[in-house]
Design a protein around this ligand. Structure first.
Ligand SMILES: [Mg+2]
Length: 226
């Protein structure tokens, strides 16, 4: 039987923070209105993740508050590499060895997730996330047609990967969009990852809850043992 494929979330799962919130903190650091804008962005993130606001709208409204350039993204990448889930960096050889079975599917952006994760063994072609649009060095929006910019996007991407029901696929994440993979039957096992964020509904409907990288690694090693 082929080895089980694993779908991993990025924000608050592989990484300890919500990356768009971290970008907002950085971009708005010198803005006189920063406190109100950061609070609004965090509110929109939370509403998007709890399902109270359509994801596409949450994303568009958050990005509309921010003006940023490639320099900001470079600084964000440096900062996120320091905020990866404890244990992950030390396990880069394990990640490299199992790379073909690890897919990152995120509502964040490839523009920073790819450079953050690839030095630690994740494969560029197996990182699926939203895409920013640029005019020279300035971000001018994002691809609103990308499935991951809307609700139900993760199941759509997992289906495009050729993964479906009864293939033993395991999803790991902290949010409703991760849980959707299980609810829609696209994965057979859902692991709630609660090291950084813990949502009742996500934990309640999960098959397993795990609160550390080491714990997750044990679950995957076990799942991959013939
Ligand atoms: Mg997440």
């Amino acid at each position: 039987m082929p080895k089980k494929q694993v779908i991993l979330d990025f924000d608050s799962t592989l990484c300890a923070v919500e990356s768009l919130d971290a970008l907002a903190d950085m971009v708005l650091a010198d803005d006189p209105d920063s406190e109100a804008k950061v609070a609004e962005i965090e509110r929109l993130t939370s509403l998007g993740m709890s399902g109270e606001l359509p994801l596409s709208e949450s994303l568009a409204r958050r990005l509309a508050i921010l003006t940023f350039n490639r320099g900001h993204v470079e600084r964000l990448v440096e900062s996120l590499r320091q905020k990866l889930t404890p244990g992950l960096v030390a396990d880069h050889q394990w990640i490299f060895d199992h790379g073909e079975h690890l897919h990152v599917v995120s509502g964040g952006f490839v523009d920073w997730i790819v450079p953050v994760l690839t030095p630690f063994g994740f494969r560029t072609e197996q990182i699926h996330a939203n895409v920013l649009f640029w005019d020279a060095d300035v971000c001018v929006g994002f691809d609103q047609h990308h499935p991951l910019s809307r609700n139900g996007g993760k199941p759509e991407v997992v289906q495009q990967l050729g993964l479906g029901p009864n293939m033993g696929t395991i999803a790991v994440g902290d949010g409703i969009s991760d849980l959707e993979l299980k609810r829609t039957g696209h994965v057979d096992q859902f692991v709630a990852f609660t090291a950084h964020a813990c949502r009742d509904v996500v934990v309640r409907e999960a098959d397993t809850e795990v609160s550390s990288w080491t714990g997750l690694r044990e679950i995957l090693d076990q799942a991959w043992t013939p």
